[in-house]
Design a protein around this ligand. Structure first.
Ligand SMILES: Cc1cc2nc3c(=O)[nH]c(=O)nc-3n(C[C@H](O)[C@H](O)[C@H](O)COP(=O)(O)OP(=O)(O)OC[C@H]3O[C@@H](n4cnc5c(N)ncnc54)[C@H](O)[C@@H]3O)c2cc1C
Length: 543
């Protein structure tokens, strides 16, 4: 039930049955709620107006992190909660999330002193109950330069060294959804809620439009949950806004550089000249850097970086890597995301709290706003607890997501994963994929890689490398892609981290997708133009 082939079937089911819970929004928040509710035995439907994770959940810094910066704002409770949650998110899907040592350089003129950083990181370890092997270390100047030789030396005092977790936000969302589908959640992308049906002043159903066929459907549910991130207010407007709270959107961009231009083997979190902090993180032969934080008032559907924002990040890099002389033309790709923050009068973008909030309107609509990728599981638990209580769902079991392994993670944990990768990659090799490439696939798909390797073994090559072709078939038949952008952006991340590969193979991918999915020629042209536009936006920031 997670493939384009099932769309008609899914739409029939959505129209025919009444669900315990209907979730609007297929980002990490909605996906988490769907999994939590379905795994407790509730009947669940989820609709997403674009592709799954096409909103903020594919546009983040891709860290499952404890939010060290919140210590600066004295949000101790938030740090403790989110810090502890990192470990759970990691262990539930070790193929999606990996520990990453982060270096925090300290300078004489910097905002962080050596002693205060040591104390803060120590407090962080305690609050977040960090395991022994991952507790913070303080590095001398010499040790710091051994890890990052091209760091600015003048005024360097040393560094804090601590663990964060690197993830793939869109794939995390997909693995959560695939698990929810295993528990019989009915999930549909390209399905937009257009309005609500109210009876006796209570919302009882949502009207939904299939954005591909134009077909209308009506989904009945006892509880409708508005988990639409930056669109939360728009969806509330379909109903009414009651509590006076509203969102303030801020934009954050990232840039991707080739490692040959920005050599970096060690993730680093550093001060910008204007007193903010940004990450530079090595990934798949590239280094990505972000993020910015500015108020945003345009359409959240396809935010793009501006030249000014790119230059801001390059200046921040030069500030701490003075020997680099990076030009905007060297930036290979960019992306921009929108933070749905809850408005706080008179505060700058970086000062507004990242806390989540849950609201019920008098007609029963439940709305979730704010929050982080990192806290998605815990937030879902809290939300479904409230739903169960409100509706007195007797058939609901207790929440078990703390120990629930996501799709692709069955039997895997932090202890056995590396051995699993090394052994399983041999199966990929036997299917005709080069060993290192096969390892990369195991790391991406976890135990689901068996299906990918099976496609690789049996497919007839058709203008694509074997591994990419097998991934495409897996995404079509098991991850519900409908357009080439779904594949290149959210299932493989290639538009950000291997844009050359997208340019090279986009036509072959489109041909194969047309053949399997059965697009008309005009539909094919539309998806081609759409992908070209995404490529253009990523490569050539606006203005
Ligand atoms: C630049 C940036 C960096 C970040 N970095 C991190 C980080 O490193 N770590 C971290 O933990 N958090 C990070 N965050 C925060 C995190 O990304 C977000 O909190 C999270 O992705 C929000 O997920 P969501 O599901 O609530 O929203 P979204 O992912 O935006 O999902 C909402 C979905 O609702 C859909 N929708 C809207 N209207 C309708 C409708 N009418 N019908 C159907 N569907 C609809 C949208 O299409 C969208 O896909 C970052 C955020 C930004 C912007």
């Amino acid at each position: 039930m997670f493939s384009f082939k099932e769309r008609t079937n899914i739409i029939n089911i959505l129209n025919r049955y009444s669900f315990d819970v209907l979730v609007i929004g297929g980002g990490i928040t909605g996906a988490g709620i769907a999994l939590d509710a379905a795994s407790r035995g509730l009947s669940v439907a989820l609709v997403e107006m674009q592709d799954f994770a096409a909103g903020t959940s594919s546009r983040s810094t891709k860290l499952v992190h404890g939010g060290l910066r919140y210590l600066k704002q004295f949000e101790v409770g938030l740090v403790a909660e989110v810090g502890r949650e990192r470990e759970i998110v990691y262990e539930n899907a070790v193929h999606v999330t990996t520990p990453e040592w982060m270096l925090l350089p300290l300078y004489k003129e910097g905002t962080l002193g050596k002693l205060s950083t040591s104390v803060a990181l120590n407090l962080y370890d305690k609050l977040a109950k960090v395991k022994k092997t991952e507790r913070r270390q303080m590095l001398s100047k010499k040790e710091t330069l051994e890890k990052i030789p091209n760091l600015k030396q003048e005024g360097l005092l040393g560094a804090g060294y601590y663990v964060e977790y690197k993830t793939d936000d869109a794939r995390l969302t997909i693995e959560v959804l695939k698990k929810a589908v295993e528990y019989k959640a009915i999930c549909l992308n390209y399905a937009r809620v257009t309005d609500f049906i109210t009876e006796k002043k209570k919302i009882v159903a949502a009207n939904v439009r299939d954005e591909i066929s134009g077909e209308a459907m009506t989904i009945h549910a006892k509880q409708i949950v508005n988990a639409t991130g930056p669109w939360v207010d728009e969806v509330r407007k379909l109903d009414q806004i009651e509590n006076g709270k509203y969102l303030k959107l801020t934009k954050g961009i990232h840039i991707v550089l080739n490692q040959s231009d920005f050599p970096l083997e060690q993730a680093v979190y550093f001060d910008t000249p204007d007193g903010r902090m940004v990450f530079a993180i090595p990934r798949d032969g590239k280094t990505y850097v972000g993020t910015t934080d500015t108020f945003y008032e345009e359409d959240p559907v396809q935010p793009i970086a501006t030249k000014e924002e790119v230059v801001y990040l390059l200046d921040a890099i030069h500030h701490i890597f003075p020997d680099l002389n990076l030009r905007p033309e060297q930036v290979e790709s960019t992306w921009a995301g929108i933070r749905p923050l809850i408005a706080e009068a008179g505060k700058d973008p970086s000062e507004i709290s990242r806390k989540d909030e849950i609201w019920f309107s008098s007609n029963g609509l439940m709305t979730i706003a704010g929050g982080k990728l990192t806290g998605y599981r815990q937030m879902a638990e809290e939300i479904v607890d409230k739903i169960v209580k409100r509706h007195r769902f007797k058939h609901a079991q207790d929440c078990e997501t703390k120990y629930l392994l996501l799709s692709g993670a069955k039997g895997l944990n932090s202890q056995n994963f590396n051995d699993y990768v090394a052994n399983k990659a041999k199966v990929g090799e036997a299917a005709g994929i080069e060993y290192e490439e096969a390892k990369r696939l195991v790391r991406r798909y976890g135990t689901n890689v068996d299906r990918v390797f099976e496609y690789a073994r049996t497919l007839e090559l058709n203008g694509l490398p074997r591994a990419l072709h097998a991934e495409l078939l897996y995404a079509i038949y098991h991850e519900m892609i409908y357009t080439p952008s779904d594949f290149f952006i959210r299932r493989t991340g290639q538009l950000y981290f291997d844009i050359e590969q997208v340019e090279r193979f986009k036509e072959a991918v489109l041909d194969i997708m047309q053949e399997i999915i059965g697009y008309s020629d005009s539909e094919k042209l539309f998806y081609q133009i759409q992908l070209d536009q995404f490529l253009e936006d990523a490569k050539n920031p606006a203005k």
